[in-house]
Design a protein around this ligand. Sequence first.
Ligand code: TRP
Ligand code: SF4
Length: 381
Amino acid sequence: MLNFCVVMPIVEFRIDPWSSEGLRDYEKLFAYFGVRPFKEVIHRLEFFGPLPLPIRRGAVIGHRDFERVLHALENNSDFAILTGLMPSGKMHLGHKMLIDQVIYYQRLGAEIFLAIADVEAYGVRKLSREEVINIALDEYVANYLALGLETRKLHIYFQSNYRREYYRLIQLFAKKVTMAELVAIYGEDLEPAKIMAVLTQAADILHPQLPHFGGFKIVLVPVGLDQDPHLRLTRDIADRFSEELGFTRPASTYHKFLTGLTGGKMSSSKPESFIALTDPVNESVSKLMKAFTGGRATAEEQRRLGGEPDKCPVFELNQLHLVLEDEELRKIYEDCRSGTMLCGECKLATAERLRKFLEKHQEKLASMKEKARSLVELPDF
Ligand code: TRP
Ligand code: SF4
């Protein structure tokens, strides 16, 4: 008889932060990379007042070292938020989940640093400088302000136009990062622009701890799941510079992506998949009316079996953006599950909420473009 020796293959698993595919298999983030479930810490955050929708309704699913932020909150010590925006298209509701969190932490007293990833958009996404600068201010920053971001303790900067101490970090980091570890994290497909973007992002994340930017403080980086590779690298860099520069590791939280209206990830490259904050309201409503749902093939079947709200992008819009009252959301969920409400009716009600939200938002937005430009120093070319 033959004896087979079964060797388990070592399964390589990487997250590609530049891929347009959303990461679906969240469990891998926990199992392979040691991200912790956010539900373990959420009760300690509740103590500080009402949570923003992405946290309260379960879109923020993971964290690293969030205990450090809780400790800062509990002891009234300084903490900062650092996150970045990729100015490569319209700002849509998927992006709103991030800024909702930033605004929440700002209200809890955090100092806010926002990096406009123009170096990355130019080098990796190959957009023109001018395009990137206009998108960043007119789309992102203006929308952030209209959503309620305040200018107190707020620093917004272009990666290509910041202070010299920040650039010095990038240069110093290059000494202690090897090609082998970059390949291990990001794969073989590394071009100079990506390496530049990665070291720049590490400088984004760590620079608030420098004396020139207020000195030591706890820094939390709220991001989408696909950004975790950058955090793994940056945490290692922080360790390597703990003596030389006094850095400590950043904390981070991870939110999942919003489902696109067409199914799949909500993505800037697929206009039918997202609702942008600046699109004409009628256009957005008609995208919603055409959206994929968790409904059944026929009305009869849906009355009999009920819909599937957990798979429905329309439900998700209500859950994460449009319905603030928990009781109201619970009713939508139950009426869907029981088959009492069909998708047509549900979409019409959602469209009404969307229309109200966008109209009010766009009214505020009108005056914010100018304010955005006065707040951020423009790169000179
Ligand atoms: N890479 C991020 C993105 O693609 C943008 C970014 C740049 C960022 N610097 C950052 C995110 C620092 C978090 C922290 O969206
Ligand atoms: Fe989605 Fe509403 Fe249809 Fe349920 S009834 S599947 S929540 S659109």
